[in-house]
Structure formats: structure tokens, C-alpha cells
Write a new protein. Structure first.
Length: 373
């Protein structure tokens, strides 16, 4: 039997609004294409369609929700925003009604009021009320801010979540309007990452920290730029996550090597033990995270609230860099290295205990599910 074709995605209306440097309709089509929909300029008779008013902007989470709910209308203040019209529905009439802002023709559909619904987003590790906002062509910034915030992970480290969230928004907005693609941002970040390694290796810690922090900000920008402009790609995702996964041990190795050049050397065997604790602990924590995902189908950081709170400070690159900066303020990069090793071991113990507790609960017949589900 032939497989059923996915619904078409059709934007209706004629809004001149532009978001992140591209017109709202093009951006909406890119988002739809990312989840496997086919964009079309008009609906087809007899084929299901998801229609979207281009007078509104919405979190991509809404589109995913509407796609999985045929016969559903999303509204804001009673006005139609998104609708999944089954093949038997008068799709062309529905598109015309949405373009005119009339909800009456959708009387037979289930309704979701955007003001009252919360959704879980496993990809971004959060549960919230996704945004739906009217588009003002003269002032797109409120929608751009909402779209940027919607692209942010709900569970991540404190520096990413609080320190450079706003500066990264302005960089993301500027890059989008300048036509810079996310992979270019990733490439520039990779060069800064390499520069930080070289500077740490030679004991130029403050310069290395500056390069490292610039890379860390761009590491936020590239992903947000891809999500906000609908330009994510498998290659970009691979490069971004690959660099994130691989580079931290090299930074800590370079930091240890640079101690002698800076004038605060550690005894070689002791330094090697500390480096082994940091790198081994980092790898072991990643393994624990992978085991947890494989066993329970979710990240360990979203199991219970304490896990999400600990993710703010767990021994990953950004919190470790905060420790090293604090040590540099007193001119002791060697002490910073020791503290990173200690914090890595403590974080590893925490995650190992949490994995054991989850396994024990499952073996007793209990459920292990995310607190944000």
C-alpha cells in the first residue's frame, strides 16, 4: 500500500515582516522543512495541509505539536495561527479564512489556546509555554528575542544560561542580518579554540582565557543562529557537537603544560595524576550520560530537579573555566588546575550515584522519568 504523504505546509497572508534578516514566510518554511514538511505556495485539493498565518511568529515546538494533531487549530486571543487541516477539509477555504483572520470556518476542529498550554521539549531539555506573538513589521525585535530564547536549552551550565545569554543574542541577530551562516561561526570558533590551546600551552593564560571565552560565546551563537534562521544542517550539527566533545581534554593538557612557562610548575608525576583525573573523569561522566540515555531514553540532567540544578555547575568546560579564572585572579593557575581535578572527581561521584539510584529504582519496578515531562 502507498504510504500517506505528509501534509503540505502553506503560509497565508502578505506580511512584510522580516525576522533575523529574512522574510517571515521563508523562515517559517525553513522551520517546516526541518521537520519533514513540504512547503507549497497554496494548498492542494484532497491533501492534508498545515496552514500558518504569516501575521504571527511561533515557537517551532508549536508546529511539531500541530503536525501530530490532525484536525487541530492553534489560536492566540481567539485568532487563528496554525491549523492542521485533514484531506477531507475544505483546505483552500480554510487558508482564505486564516488569511482574513476568521476563526469561524474552523468550528469543527479541536482548539489549542496558546495562552494556556505548556509543552515538553526533550531536544532543548525544558518544559514551558511556547511563544506565539503577532508580527510587527516595524519592530521585529520582541519576536526575535522570543525566538532566540525559545532556541535556548532549559538545562545547561550557569555561564551559558546567565552570563552571555544577552550578548550572544545581539551577536546572533547581527550575524543573521549580515548573512553569516552558522557553519562560518563554527569555523571561526574552532580557530579561537585552537588559539586558546596554543596560548595555554605556552603559559599565556589570560590571553588564552580571552580566546577561550570568545570561542565559548560563539559556541552559543552558532546553534542559536541555526535554529533562529532555520538553517540547521547535519554537517553543522556534527562539527558543533564534535568540537564541543573533543576539545576540553586538550585545553586541560595545555593548561598543565603551560604551568612551567608561567612560573608555577607542578611536580611532573603529580601533574600527570591531576590531568588523568580531569580527563578520565570527563570521559567517565560522558559514558555515564550515554548509559543513562540508552537505559532510560533521556539525559541524566533532566531526571529530577536536583540533576538539572547540578548541571549548572558540573565539571564541564564552562564551570571549569570559571574555576581557572578565579585561580588566575590570585595568580595561581596551578591551584586552579588542582581545583578542577577535585571538582571533576566530585562531579563524577555525583553522576555515578545518580545512575545507581536510577537503576535501583527501575529494578524495584519504579518509573524513571523526567521531571520536565
Amino acid at each position: 500500500m502507498p504510504t500517506q504523504r505528509p501534509p503540505l505546509f502553506v503560509t497565508v497572508g502578505s506580511s512584510p515582516a522580516r525576522l533575523f534578516g529574512i522574510d517571515a514566510g521563508t523562515r517559517a518554511c525553513r522551520i517546516a522543512a526541518r521537520i519533514g514538511l513540504e512547503c507549497a505556495p497554496a494548498p492542494e485539493d484532497g491533501r492534508a495541509a498545515v496552514i500558518a498565518s504569516d501575521g504571527y511568529a511561533w515557537d517551532p515546538a508549536w508546529l511539531k505539536e500541530i503536525v501530530r494533531r490532525p484536525g487541530t487549530l492553534l489560536t492566540l486571543a481567539g485568532q487563528p495561527v496554525l491549523a492542521h487541516l485533514p484531506g477531507g477539509f475544505a483546505v483552500a477555504d480554510g487558508a482564505a479564512a486564516m488569511a482574513a483572520g476568521r476563526a469561524e470556518p474552523f468550528a469543527g476542529l479541536d482548539r489549542l489556546a496558546a495562552e494556556n498550554i505548556e509543552l515538553s521539549n526533550a531536544e532543548l531539555r525544558k518544559r514551558d509555554r511556547p511563544f506565539v506573538l503577532p508580527l510587527d513589521p516595524a519592530n521585529p525585535e520582541p519576536v526575535e528575542r522570543a525566538a532566540y530564547d525559545a532556541a535556548y536549552k532549559g538545562v545547561t551550565d550557569a555561564l551559558t544560561l546567565y552570563l552571555w545569554r544577552r550578548p550572544a543574542f545581539h551577536l546572533t541577530r547581527w550575524a543573521a542580518r549580515a548573512g553569516i551562516d552558522p557553519n562560518t561561526v563554527t569555523a571561526v570558533g574552532a580557530l579561537l579554540c585552537l588559539l586558546a590551546f596554543i596560548l595555554f600551552w605556552n603559559g599565556y593564560y589570560w590571553s588564552g582565557i580571552a580566546a577561550g571565552f570568545a570561542f565559548m560565546v560563539l559556541d552559543t551563537v552558532d546553534g542559536k543562529l541555526a535554529r533562529c534562521t532555520g538553517t540547521s544542517s547535519p554537517l553543522g550539527n556534527f562539527l558543533d557537537h564534535g568540537i564541543d566533545l573533543v576539545h576540553p581534554p586538550f585545553w586541560w593538557w595545555a593548561w598543565a603544560h603551560g604551568l612551567a612557562a608561567y612560573g608555577t610548575p607542578l611536580e611532573p608525576v603529580y601533574a600527570a595524576m591531576l590531568l588523568a583525573a580531569i580527563v578520565g573523569g570527563y570521559i567517565a561522566q560522558r559514558v555515564i550520560e550515554g548509559v543513562f540515555i540508552r537505559r532510560f531514553g533521556m539525559h541524566i540532567h533532566v531526571w529530577q530537579r536536583i540533576d538539572s540544578q547540578f548541571r549548572l555547575v558540573t565539571a564541564r568546560r564552562n564551570p571549569n573555566m570559571a574555576i581557572l579564572v578565579a585561580a588566575m585572579l590570585i595568580g595561581r593557575p596551578d591551584v586552579g588546575f588542582e581545583l578542577v581535578a577535585l571538582w571533576t572527581v566530585l562531579s563524577l561521584i555525583f553522576h555515578a550515584v545518580r545512575l545507581a539510584q536510577a537503576n535501583a529504582r527501575a529494578e524495584r519496578g519504579g518509573t524513571v522519568e523526567s521531571w520536565i515531562a
